[in-house]
Design a protein. Structure first.
Length: 275
């Protein structure tokens, strides 16, 4: 599933191509995504000029002034810019033709993604039901070790499970949680509520650095992810623990361990992450 770095990679690839362009035509071939596509989407977008492209958690936000198009890639979705679009394939569910001849194409084999319209008359897009409950952005100035410490007090979950819940800090998916915890020397089974301020500071810094490094490497392409130009990401080649069960730790040589936490794979070094 595309996580925060992958979605940010898509955003950065698309923004310079689509900002300032007007929508000429919208073609919806399949409305049955995770949440149904509104029947009047084409009418809502026709002739509108895209002002800006932002991201909130794993949602892409296309600001058209009169409203915001909210796109989620789900588990297998792709959002690509095509200068010379060919015929649509089976899972190409939405085409947005823009001025200049290019097309923004949404593809989603599993149909767990979303293409939603939030009219400006409905208030700030942050009030949309899919966005209103999202936690703090880990790449924003609002995120810090002190914030992490405050949010984890009295939390009985393990820190890995707490990060994956996404309720209070968004976008730290399975790969990036494992990598961040290794960088901060915290075992994934440590209780969130028992982390000291010092360890929360280390973890906040590790999360920010891990996500930034992943974005710089184009995200991680373990299955379906490609960026807006169809290119894969390469962060998985730099992983220190994720996917390396039984391999020697790149810091100390101890074998990397794989455990399961709520059916999710957690990788760690038992020496470097002793507690």
């Amino acid at each position: 599933m595309p996580e925060l770095p992958e979605v940010e990679v898509v955003r950065r690839g698309l923004e310079p191509r689509v900002a300032g362009l007007a929508v000429e035509r919208v073609t919806v071939r399949e409305t049955r995504l995770r949440w149904p596509i509104a029947g009047d989407l084409a009418e809502s977008l026709h002739g509108r000029t895209l002002r800006a492209l932002a991201r909130r958690g794993k949602y892409l936000l296309f600001d058209f002034g009169t409203g915001t198009l909210i796109v989620h890639l789900g588990m297998s979705g792709q959002l690509r810019w095509l200068d010379h679009p060919g015929p649509p394939q089976r899972h190409d569910h939405v085409d947005i033709a823009m001025s200049g001849g290019g097309v923004l194409r949404f593809t989603d084999p599993r149909r767990f993604g979303a293409v939603l319209w939030h009219p400006a008359a409905g208030g700030s897009v942050d009030l949309h039901p899919r966005l209103a409950g999202l936690g703090v952005e880990p790449l924003s100035e609002a995120f810090s070790g002190e914030v992490l410490y405050r949010l984890t007090r009295k939390r009985s979950l393990t820190i890995k499970q707490w990060l994956l819940s996404g309720r209070e800090v968004v976008g730290v998916g399975n790969i990036y949680a494992s990598e961040s915890l290794f960088r901060a020397a915290i075992r994934p089974t440590a209780r969130a509520g028992r982390l000291s301020r010092a360890r929360c500071n280390a973890l906040a810094q590790a999360i920010t650095q891990t996500l930034s490094d992943a974005i710089a490497r184009g995200g991680s392409s373990l299955r379906d992810f490609v960026d807006s130009a169809g290119e894969q990401g390469y962060f998985q080649l730099d992983c220190l623990v994720y996917g390396r069960a039984g391999a020697p730790c790149r810091r100390c040589g101890t074998s990397i361990v794989l455990i399961r936490q709520q059916q999710r794979a957690s990788y760690f070094c038992p020496a470097c992450q002793a507690h």
